[in-house]
Write a protein that binds this ligand. Structure first.
Ligand code: ZN
Length: 241
């Protein structure tokens, strides 16, 4: 028997990166009960999963209300995705542009699989809202990050599970700089510092040296996007001073 679906609870796709940490704060700000789900799929940057605990404890320490709301952290092992994906995220090959304008960091079907597993878990946990950091503003052109894809999948999940899930993508129309801004609105300087210090973005899984935007190789597309967003975010702060 499936649990009753609750409108005020949410399941956040939480990878340990900047975007998903911001999504977690966004969900804690708006829903009464929040759980997280992360995936181990053979990614080279598995270190991101280890960041989750430090981020969660930091987020809990920020506001008693958030600590009260934050429930179970789930991790699902789906090595099959890595086994069938010949990409720079799952193999030790250089990151480069592939055919059709997509970088070889694209893992075909990744977000479709993640969201489907998330919905299956949400079904069992009685959770109606699923939150993901997909974004088609400052992105690498991944077709499964597009708003249209997410909306189509939302319909398919609701039909296929006979539920009324709502997929939320609060970052969809935000630039990376605006994502930093959102984090600041939600948790002030404390949340910004926590994300800089503890979240992981680098595709190569390198913690590397500490830049002003956090840790990473500083060269890969994920690091470049993060660095660029941070610089823009800092520039807007300078201009209002
Ligand atoms: Zn990097």
């Amino acid at each position: 028997m499936s649990a009753h679906i609750q409108d005020n609870s949410a399941l956040v796709l939480f990878s340990g990166g900047q975007d998903s940490a911001t999504c977690l704060a966004w969900a804690l700000d708006r829903f009464a009960h929040v759980e997280t789900i992360g995936f181990s799929y053979g990614q080279r940057h598995i270190v991101e999963l280890e960041c989750r605990e430090r981020l969660s404890s930091g987020i809990k320490a920020m506001k008693p209300e958030w600590a009260r709301k934050l429930g179970d952290a789930h991790t699902l092992d789906i090595p099959t995705l890595g086994e069938i994906s010949d990409t720079a995220l799952t193999r030790d090959v250089a990151i480069e542009m592939g055919e059709g304008g997509l970088p070889n960091t694209f893992v075909p079907g990744r977000n479709l699989v993640f969201l489907t597993f998330a919905a299956a878990l949400a079904y069992r946990r009685g959770i109606a809202n699923i939150v993901g950091g997909m974004c088609e503003t400052d992105f690498s052109g991944y077709p499964d990050c597009r708003d249209e894809t997410i909306r189509a999948l939302n319909s398919a999940l609701n039909l296929g599970m006979d539920k009324t899930f709502e997929l939320h993508t609060p970052l969809m129309w935000r630039s990376k700089a605006q994502t930093w801004k959102l984090a600041e609105e939600l948790g002030g300087r404390t949340l910004i510092d926590l994300i800089v210090e503890q979240s992981h973005t680098c595709y190569l899984g390198e913690r590397g040296s500490r830049h002003d935007w956090g840790y990473g190789c500083g060269e890969c597309p994920a690091c470049s996007l993060r660095a660029k967003g941070w610089a823009e975010f800092q520039a807007t702060k300078e201009s209002v001073r």
